[in-house]
Design a protein. Structure first.
Length: 384
């Protein structure tokens, strides 16, 4: 009976593989002021940035130029994390336009997820720090002594707004959260520090939840409300309804678990409303599943109240699911076509529901009138 839901599930589990990240322009085409040249460069996958360098083995240092798109009235930063792969613990170079109009560069340590962004000396030597900006692009120059004399480092880069004359917290968009990778200054090899894997898991989380809570659950509700009206659908509608709801619940729990895992790996980053709605959905859906075990018989005196509970919880799950899926779209920020595709699915389900409402409502009314007529005839036949 779950066959109708399988093609939908397979389709949406496949489509997430086609999420495409924007390719950066080749870094070799960039030039710098004062005829500064660098032997190597890498185009970074986020924030329109690139890193250029010349490695000096004898000095165990690199002369670098970090180039990135500068947000309006904003700042850019690049740094090395000697002990981790993410922002916390990174030693960074920051550049922004000060209140006096000069474009300044300085060093600071990111000791927490809410750093002060004030001038601080780094744990390794940095010299010749400067910065420049033109036409919406900024560049930081410096000579960096490599930590532990190794050539492979964990690099982080970022951009954000300036508030009250100082760098303010950056956005929580995917591009900002995935701006980190490893880099070997000797070979030029750069590998995203779990960024691609993390993005795949985010996409998986989104697809699983969109399919389960956002598609299978509404389909199950449509079957229960409309298909059962047709005599030929009895009792098949019930098994189809249960199949959609249970498969939606199982897939949804998998998506929910993926979300919890992603949350545990994102220290300092919490999407409160998305998380809270997700927890509420899981709790309500679990109650709904266990309520099946307590379903009274049709003639039981509590059956009426059970139906009210079942319907209210079911519709609440559907509404919360759709709301949370759109919150997920805002967080993941995929290509617009995916959000439009889901909107199309919701509209299609809504149109189907309206058509079935128009078809089944006269049947239900006729059936009720027929029942009333039979009741009146029965009274008359036993009357005076």
């Amino acid at each position: 009976m779950a066959i109708p839901s399988k093609p939908i599930l397979l389709f949406f589990l496949t489509t997430y593989l086609f999420f495409i990240t924007t390719s950066a322009q080749s870094c070799t085409s960039y030039t710098f002021s004062q005829n500064r040249l660098f032997s190597s460069c890498n185009s970074l996958p986020q924030l329109g940035a690139s890193i250029h360098w010349t490695y000096s083995p004898s000095a165990a240092s690199v002369r670098i130029a970090y180039r990135a798109n500068l947000p309006p009235n904003g700042w850019i930063a690049w740094g090395i994390n000697p002990n981790g792969t993410l922002m916390k613990g990174a030693q960074v170079l920051v550049a922004y336009q000060a209140s006096n109009g000069t474009f300044v560069a300085y060093t600071t340590q990111l000791s927490s997820y809410t750093p002060s962004m004030t001038l601080e000396k780094l744990t390794f030597d940095v010299s010749s720090v400067s910065a420049e900006q033109a036409n919406g692009v900024a560049t930081i120059f410096a000579t960096v002594a490599l930590p532990s004399n190794g050539t492979k480092v964990n690099q982080v880069w970022q951009a954000g707004p300036v508030s009250n004359g100082l760098p303010a917290p950056h956005l929580q968009a995917p591009a900002n959260l995935n701006s980190h990778s490893s880099l070997d200054f000797l070979t030029g090899e750069s590998v995203s520090s779990g960024g691609n894997s993390r993005l795949r898991r985010k996409n998986t989380h989104g697809v699983l939840n969109a399919v389960s809570w956002g598609i299978l659950m509404p389909i199950g509700a449509i079957i229960a409300r409309y298909v059962k009206v047709f005599p030929l659908a009895n009792p098949a509608w019930f098994y189809l309804h249960v199949a959609c709801q249970c498969s939606g619940y199982v897939v949804g729990v998998a998506g929910w678990g993926t979300g919890l895992k992603l949350g545990s790996e994102s220290a300092g980053i919490t999407y409160h409303s998305h998380r809270n709605i997700g927890i509420t959905l899981f709790s309500l859906a679990t109650l709904q599943v266990f309520a099946l075990l307590l379903r009274p018989n049709k003639d039981h005196k509590y059956r009426f109240y059970w139906k009210i509970y079942h319907h209210v919880i079911g519709y609440a799950i559907i509404v919360l699911s759709i709301v949370n899926i759109f919150k997920g779209f805002d967080i993941l920020d995929p290509e617009k076509k995916w959000k439009r595709a889901y909107i199309g699915v919701i509209i299609a389900l809504g149109v189907v529901a309206l058509l079935l409402e128009a078809i089944t409502w006269p049947i239900v009314i006729k059936r009720k009138r027929s029942g009333e007529d039979k009741s009146h005839h029965g009274v008359n036949s036993f009357g005076a």
